[in-house]
Design a protein around this ligand. Structure first.
Ligand code: C5P
Length: 236
């Protein structure tokens, strides 16, 4: 599906950053029909979240497995096949050419889409230098976005601040998925480069990943509905 055709309510991805399947199931029950798309990352994934992903997909929910794969091509490919068999919709890989190529080839024929993580947002120019790179973060993000597009990756995860620049590079065929979203008035937590849902959509984001502002809200369902309203308004 081309990004422009995504219904406003399907653009919110709630991060199930919770310690157990029981806690995740309780949250999913509370959110009910308000949320159609869930992200499962390291914390829940390694605590029983993979069978939960399969179950959610079977119940008609979409699942984003944020596992950030990176290994030799053959290992990535076999992992991607297993994730595709779970019924997941999105899977993240680090944006190394071998890794992206292996993932894209292995998801052929499945409904799974591969998202590339260009440069982790916790990295600054000094961190890149310490890791042996001679590039600035912005240059490496741009180079990897171009490589991802050339390889046929389906989308990119970026901070909302990078979204407009990445959109210019990759055009409108690729999905842009942005965490670091904070509705007006909610606590920022450890997020530094944040945007409201409306501003992130205006910057070109297709999907918004939101964790604590929903799962730690007194009324998670109301928090999700407020984000839907803001997104619908931003889309006009
Ligand atoms: O609770 P919060 O809304 O900050 O959660 C955001 C989610 O997006 C978390 O699961 C976090 O790991 C993820 N994420 C992020 N920033 C990135 C990449 C992923 O916050 N750059």
């Amino acid at each position: 599906m081309q990004p422009a055709q995504i219904a406003p309510r399907d653009r919110l991805i709630v991060a199930l950053d919770l310690p157990s399947v029981a806690a995740a199931e309780a949250m999913i029950d509370r959110l009910g029909d308000s949320v159609s798309f869930y992200k499962i990352g390291y914390q829940l994934g390694y605590a029983g979240g993979l069978p939960l992903a399969r179950e959610l997909a079977g119940r008609g929910k979409k699942v984003f497995l944020d596992l950030k794969l990176h290994d030799i091509g053959n290992t990535v490919a076999r992992g991607v096949e297993s994730v595709a068999a779970l019924g997941a919709t999105f899977l993240t890989v680090h944006a190394y050419p071998q890794t992206m190529k292996a993932a894209v080839e292995a998801r052929a024929g499945a409904s799974l889409k591969i998202l590339a993580v260009t440069v982790l947002t916790s990295y600054d120019d000094n961190d890149l230098q310490a890791a042996g790179y001679g590039l600035k973060v912005s240059d490496l993000v741009e180079a990897r976005a171009r490589q991802a597009q050339a390889i046929g990756v389906d989308g990119i995860v970026s901070s909302p601040e990078e979204a407009a620049a990445i959109r210019k590079i990759v055009g409108h065929e690729m999905n842009l998925v942005t965490p670091g979203i904070r509705p007006a008035g909610s606590a920022t937590g450890d997020q530094k480069r944040i945007m409201t849902p409306a501003r992130a959509i205006a910057a070109g984001a297709d999907y918004l990943v939101v964790g604590r502002p929903v799962v730690e809200a007194d009324d998670p369902k109301a928090a999700a509905e407020a984000i839907h309203a803001e997104v619908a308004q931003a889309l006009g």
